[in-house]
Write a protein that binds this ligand. Structure first.
Ligand code: BGC
Length: 345
């Protein structure tokens, strides 16, 4: 008798749990706050757009309503901290943070932990020590060194195919300039290091003529390249840019100086943004590295939903080392460009 009553009670518990998990889900709204470091960054804009486009399909799959609130930190950590506070005060289920200053991650993690709200960082990677402060802190992104190696590989392949096309001075050394992203950003540091190292490790003699942090932006990169063209002129054989916007800035400067595409240095970037793919097609950009914005958006959304619905993301095979979702880079040249062009509407 006692056993029976126990069994009935247990069944009731399961029934309630099942109703909350399924029936109750139909009208449930998940609230996800997304804090961008800057909305006017070309790559970040494309990532945020992908996120927004994926919401209706994800709502269908999960059987919930997803309320995605995207805010712009305008490059200020103070502004972003206030935005995070607002998300937490308003009882958001998950916060996704493209942190302005990577060294400020601990502050955000501690706030999220105090409020009991999981936090998913993306694109701007906190150090592991910070992520390890709390069980419910995660990172979605790409491996910065990998992008550098692939970018270096684009130049290496061209050098191996026809060294004289790159080494215009014929001195057997590749003279290059480096356009860098924001100092302290993992992608700026590691892309810079590994792009060049890929060539030197393969035995290509390299000489750095100059480097400059243009903070990921086209305008400042254009100005710097104008100066380099005046000071160094033909001596520049390769332009490494940590991202496509800065590579496009270098191309702008070459065009301003009246250079034909055959006269331009060998210019490479990272991201495979729409304008960069166009430049690749036109022949002014020589290669780029696909930085999977839709893949990162998908990872952020899947992880956010799992966390908001109280599922263990470990069970859904989403994570590596319990904390990370990594997307892979791909080299993009004129040979495989077609695969990356947006589909015609
Ligand atoms: C992208 C850049 C972007 C930066 C922002 C990098 O991964 O390649 O284009 O400006 O992230 O954090």
């Amino acid at each position: 008798m006692l056993k029976r009553r126990y069994a009935a009670a247990l069944a009731a518990v399961f029934l309630i749990a099942a109703l909350t998990a399924c029936g109750g889900r139909e009208d449930r709204t998940i609230r996800v706050g997304v804090a961008l470091y800057r909305q006017d960054d070309t790559f970040i804009t494309s990532l945020a757009q992908s996120l927004q486009q994926m919401v209706p399909e994800e709502e269908q799959v999960q059987g919930v309503k997803i309320n995605l609130n995207v805010v712009d930190g305008r490059g200020s950590q103070t502004v972003q901290n206030e935005q995070v506070d607002q998300f937490l005060d308003r009882g958001y289920d998950v916060i996704c943070v493209n942190i302005v200053d990577r060294t400020a991650a601990a502050v955000i993690i501690d706030k999220a932990q105090a409020a009991g709200v999981p936090v998913v960082f993306f694109n701007r990677e906190p150090v592991e020590e910070d992520l390890n402060r709390w069980e419910y802190a995660y990172y979605v992104g790409t491996r910065a060194d990998e992008a550098g190696r692939i970018e270096g590989g684009l130049v290496l392949d061209a050098w191996r195919a026809e060294p004289s096309a790159l080494d215009r001075s014929g001195d057997g050394i590749l003279q290059y300039v480096m356009l860098e992203g924001e100092p302290g950003h993992q992608d700026a540091l590691l892309r810079t290091e590994h792009s060049v190292r890929t060539l030197t490790a393969a035995g290509v003699p390299m000489e750095k003529l100059s480097n400059h942090a243009a903070d990921w932006q086209r305008g400042p990169a254009r100005l710097r390249m104008q100066r380099w063209l005046e000071e160094l002129g033909d001596a520049i054989e390769v332009v490494f840019a940590n991202n496509d916007d800065m590579a496009l800035g270098a191309i702008d400067a070459c065009l301003d100086a009246g250079l034909e595409k055959e006269e331009m240095p060998f210019i490479v970037g990272v991201d495979a943004t729409a304008p960069a793919l166009k430049a690749l097609e036109e022949g002014t950009l020589q290669g780029t590295v696909f930085n999977d914005a839709p893949g990162q958006a998908r990872g952020i959304l899947n992880l956010s939903c799992a966390l908001a619905l109280g599922q263990d993301p470990e069970d859904t095979n989403l994570l590596e080392n319990g904390k990370y979702i990594w997307l892979e880079h791909i080299a993009v040249t004129r040979q495989n460009l077609e695969e990356f062009l947006p589909e015609e509407p």
